[in-house]
Design a protein around this ligand. Structure first.
Ligand SMILES: [Zn+2]
Ligand SMILES: [Zn+2]
Ligand SMILES: [Zn+2]
Ligand SMILES: [Zn+2]
Ligand SMILES: [Zn+2]
Length: 358
């Protein structure tokens, strides 16, 4: 027990040391209004001396005017001093005393089971119970107060909320809770109360407020609404779909939305856009299995656009060639003179060739 008390006191001491610069910031704030006070006091003393001179010489008109100025200056000085008093009170309050810190740490232990004080950072943190909002389990969160930031060494937000069992929104991995993005909390309506609690050094109240933000869902201020938490992102365009609307591509083993999904026009297999290629012949999508290189030109065509391994283009060329070849043969035959091979033909119709047709 004694060791626990000692450890707690040691922690309170460490927190107090980390927060010490905060009092310097508070005192710095006090210096500005205080710097005007001596000038105002000197001006008042001068007016007082002028007033007594006027009275001694019975310059009543001038004395009245100086009296008015003196009254105004005294009022201004009073306002300035009140302002200084206020700043001084705040500067003093901004750093809780070690005994107050000790009480805060004890309260943290009561409310959260325990707290952690990490020398690196340094950071004071607590862990929440598992958070479940509208049947969505989000796991536990570590709520951290960065003491350097809090002490005013840095303008950054001193609060971090870290998901310990992260189950982020499908559409944005940085959103680990509807009200947490990139470890930063959007406290919504609780922001003012949270700032005040931190400003007063009421750490436990601040942590309790943050826990209450984490345990309550407000759809209006959510980074990602719980309704859309569990969709699946399309592997192509990133659109988050309902589970029922996912299309599965067996080729690349990924999920896609309907817009990014299609099928091979040759074999009807369902495929994503990346797993089909547009056939240059018919301009329809075809899967890898249905695309073959043309034996003549080597270009990929779908099976519907090939015959005997030759694409329609090359077949067209081939037919033209065949036609040309036939034509050439016919021309050759017509122009060919009679030879021995023609002899039987010539012999069979000797009269035709020789007999006059009269
Ligand atoms: Zn898509
Ligand atoms: Zn196919
Ligand atoms: Zn695919
Ligand atoms: Zn084709
Ligand atoms: Zn071809």
């Amino acid at each position: 027990m004694k060791t626990r008390v000692y450890a707690l006191a040691k922690c309170a001491g460490k927190v107090a040391t980390a927060l010490a610069p905060r009092s310097a910031t508070g005192l710095q704030n006090l210096c500005n209004p205080l710097s005007h006070v001596p000038d105002q006091a000197v001006a008042i003393a001068r007016l007082a001396s002028q007033l007594s001179t006027c009275r001694a010489h019975r310059w009543f008109y001038a004395a009245n005017r100086i009296h008015d100025r003196l009254t105004r200056s005294l009022r201004a000085l009073r306002v300035e001093l009140e302002r200084c008093e206020e700043v001084a009170a705040r500067a003093n309050r901004s750093v809780p005393e070690t005994r107050e810190l000790l009480a805060e740490l004890r309260e943290l232990q009561d409310e959260f089971g325990d707290f952690a004080l990490d020398d690196q950072g340094p950071t004071l943190s607590v862990v929440t119970e598992p958070v479940e909002l509208e049947d969505t389990e989000l796991g536990r969160f570590r709520i951290c107060l960065l003491l350097d930031e809090f002490a005013g060494r840095d303008d950054r937000d001193p609060i971090r909320v870290i998901a310990l069992d992260p189950r982020p929104a499908a559409r944005d991995g940085a959103v680990t809770h509807p009200h947490v993005s990139g470890e930063c909390l959007c406290a919504g309506d609780a922001s003012v109360a949270l700032r005040t609690a931190l400003g007063d050094g009421r750490f436990c109240d601040a942590f309790l407020l943050i826990r209450s933000v984490l345990l309550n869902y407000n759809a209006q201020s959510a980074y990602v609404a719980l309704d859309n938490w569990d969709g699946r992102p399309c592997g192509d365009c990133g659109y988050v779909m309902d589970m029922d609307d996912c299309c599965w591509c067996e080729a690349c083993e990924n999920e896609y939305c309907e817009e990014c999904f299609g099928y091979c026009h040759s074999c009807d297999l369902s495929r994503c856009r990346s797993c089909v290629t547009t056939c240059e012949g018919c301009h329809e999508p075809a899967c890898d299995g249905c695309l073959i290189p043309c034996r003549t030109c080597g270009e990929l065509r779908c099976v519907a656009c090939c015959e005997d391994g030759i694409c329609i283009n090359c077949q067209g060329d081939e037919e033209d060639n065949d036609d040309n070849e036939l034509q050439t043969r016919d021309d050759d035959a017509a122009n060919r003179p009679n030879t021995a091979s023609n002899a039987p033909h010539a012999a069979s119709a000797p009269n035709e060739a020789t007999a006059p047709t009269i």
